[in-house]
Design a protein around this ligand. Structure first.
Ligand code: AMP
Length: 219
């Protein structure tokens, strides 16, 4: 089973992709997480990505595609994968489709997590992360027990640089211009399903699992 989660930054793709991958035994591939790992390890790829990420722009396609294809070749992905944050534009989607076809694979399902822009802004600007264990919090919806410190590690939480209000606005504009057209692209292929991304996270997970089952039955 190969699926991807589509939606704006802050729609819940990361949280849901992690859960689905765990429950279904699939490889979770998040391009944002991969870029952040390169960044914190100071690799050349990380240096390149930083310039774009800080501005809320997309990292160039050739860099992104090479990184994704390398990860997809990992034997961990044999049972299938859950993509999160990729593809981000039509060129990436086309290159990815070609690559899948070459290896005799296909995409089974594209789930679009629908969330209104005002909700996205609130979710992103309130998001905080533990720099040690990577646990995520939200100042309003999932606050830590003690003032902006991780419940587990007790270290001060940090804000992702690209979750600052000015960068969030740019990321949403890039999403609408470049990524949102993928909704129509996958709908035309008959593999798009829409989910209310404003529902509580457990409800979204349940709905996604139902969709995976439905698609699994008809494959
Ligand atoms: P995310 O964690 O998915 O919100 O991604 C954080 C940032 O990483 C984005 O704002 C982009 O700068 C970069 N990024 C993540 N995925 C992609 C992608 N598929 N193509 C280009 N840039 C990406």
């Amino acid at each position: 089973m190969n699926l991807l989660l589509l939606g704006a930054p802050g729609a819940g793709k990361g949280t849901q992709a992690k859960r689905l991958a765990e429950v279904l035994g699939l490889l979770h591939l998040s391009t944002g997480d991969l870029f952040r790992a390169h960044l914190s390890q100071g690799t050349p790829l990380g240096q390149t990505a930083r310039r774009y990420m800080e501005r809320g722009e997309l990292v160039p396609d050739d860099v992104t595609l090479a990184m994704v294809f390398e990860r997809l070749a990992d034997p961990e992905g044999r049972a299938g994968f859950v993509l999160d944050g990729f593809p981000r534009n039509l060129a990436q989607a086309e290159a990815f489709a070609q690559r899948l076809a070459q290896s005799g694979q296909r995409l089974d399902l594209a789930c679009y997590l629908r969330v209104a822009d005002a909700v996205l802004v609130e979710r992103l600007t309130g998001r905080r992360t533990c720099p040690q264990c990577q646990a995520t919090y939200h100042l309003r919806y999932a606050p830590p027990r003690e003032d902006e410190r991780c419940d587990r590690c007790q270290v001060p939480l940090v804000q992702r640089p690209d979750d600052r209000p000015e960068t969030v606005a740019r990321r949403l504009a890039v999403y609408h211009a470049e990524t949102a057209p993928l909704i129509a692209y996958y709908r035309a292929q008959g593999i798009l399903r829409e989910v209310d991304g404003e529902a509580p996270p457990e409800v979204v997970t349940e709905r996604l699992l139902e969709l995976v089952q439905e698609v699994g039955r008809t494959r």
